[in-house]
Design a binder for this molecule. Structure first.
Ligand code: ZN
Ligand code: ZN
Length: 387
């Protein structure tokens, strides 16, 4: 019996989908088994029945039953199967755990919210964070329900260099620097550039997943600085994640120019440079920027194998197989549900305490509403005079 390993996330059954996809009856690289093979297995540990199964790897998108043995998907079939445990996924989607490359909330609540939406790995790559050691140590204490990771934040390196405040791995560090304009607008001297690159490189050495280049926040950086970041990424075998420095608008200093710069740096360094939201940066210039992007892709300047080359490598580095990412979900489920219940209990208590301490205000508000209703006709008449 061949065990099929796929990247399915057990139990990641998302919001109901009423429109069921047309059944895809193609041969799915052996992912589906014939009836005789299925019946040879007496019982599965777990079966997920009647879900709309979506697997990007095999392009399967149809209602199927899934049989799991030892935490691994063994069969995906239209036949009836049974197991020690059954999940009825009728009207729901069963899919791999999503990997979110673009998230910013670093607190427990943000990750819990992601988990409830089927995300099993949430990565802060666009902005990134520094110091990376501090980030991982801090997140480890939060008992997060899903995988997490971050890029080395170029903006943090710039803030540290221009303001003299050493980086702290918090959202507040970035927010508190918003009042200063030097790190956003000024060109770095060669000494400053060295310091910025050193900060970022330290992050990479500490295990950052790439370089976060939130250039929209510091559009005044030099072209050589951006090029140097791409070169640094190449040196460390990682990609970059850019929110480009300019938005739509007439030339100069527009999105087209910013994407052209990104593509040139990617090509010159032979390094994957991820574009964060080409749509919202380009807006009405999207046809021009897409043409640029598609042209570069067609001519082989942009790597489409970033995931294969780099993400997988990082997963291996931490001893995690991509297809095993789902294993985290099941044990975390009860924890998430309990935590949510606890939060709702606290909220109810807070609301109750607020009601008690504001009883006079509430009474007076009630009275005002009553008065308004009592005198509704008068009020209306008064209002009429105004027009
Ligand atoms: Zn963002
Ligand atoms: Zn952005």
């Amino acid at each position: 019996m061949k065990i099929i390993k796929t990247a399915f996330a057990i139990g990641l059954i998302l919001a109901a989908s009423t429109a069921l996809a047309e059944r895809n009856e193609e041969d799915l690289n052996g992912a589906e088994k014939s009836g005789s093979e299925v019946s040879a297995v007496t019982e599965f540990d777990l079966v997920i029945l009647n879900g709309r199964v979506i697997d990007p790897e095999t392009k399967l998108n149809a209602v199927r039953n899934i049989g799991i043995i030892n935490g691994t998907i063994s069969f995906i079939t239209e036949k009836n199967i049974s197991g020690q445990e059954t999940i009825d996924a009728t009207g729901k989607i069963v899919s791999p755990g999503f990997i979110d490359l673009h998230m910013h909330g670093l607190n427990l609540g943000a990750y819990r919210m992601q988990a409830t939406q089927g995300v099993t790995m949430a990565l802060e790559l666009e902005s990134g964070v520094l110091p990376i050691d501090e980030f991982y140590a801090g997140q480890a204490k939060k008992n997060l329900p899903i995988h997490y990771g971050a890029a080395a934040a170029w903006t943090f390196g710039r803030i540290a260099t221009f303001t003299g405040n050493a980086p702290e791995a918090t959202a507040e560090y970035f927010q508190n620097a918003q009042g200063a304009s030097n790190w956003k607008e000024e060109l770095a001297t060669s000494e400053q550039l060295d310091k910025i690159l050193k900060e970022v490189e330290e992050g990479l050495e500490q295990g950052a997943l790439g370089i976060g280049i939130n250039a929209g926040y510091a559009p005044g950086n030099g072209h050589f600085e951006y090029y140097s970041l791409a070169k640094l990424a190449k040196k460390h075998g990682v990609g970059t994640f850019t929110h480009v420095r300019f938005m739509k608008g007439p030339e100069r200093n527009n999105a087209f120019e910013a994407f052209q710069e990104l593509i040139a740096n990617a090509a010159a360094n032979d390094v994957p440079m991820h574009i964060c939201h080409i749509n919202s940066s380009s807006q009405k210039d999207i046809t021009h920027t897409l043409e640029l992007f598609e042209g570069a892709k067609a001519n082989g300047e942009l790597s489409s194998t970033w995931w294969e080359l780099h993400c997988q490598w990082h997963l291996r580095k931490v001893g995690l197989l991509a297809e095993d990412a789902h294993l985290l979900w099941e044990p975390a489920k009860s924890q998430i549900v309990a935590a949510l219940a606890e939060e709702s209990r606290q909220l109810r208590n807070e609301l109750y305490r607020w009601k008690l301490s504001n009883i006079k205000r509430i009474e007076s508000l009630k009275r005002q509403v009553e008065l308004f209703i009592e005198h509704f006709d008068d009020v209306q008449r008064d209002q009429m005079k105004l027009f």
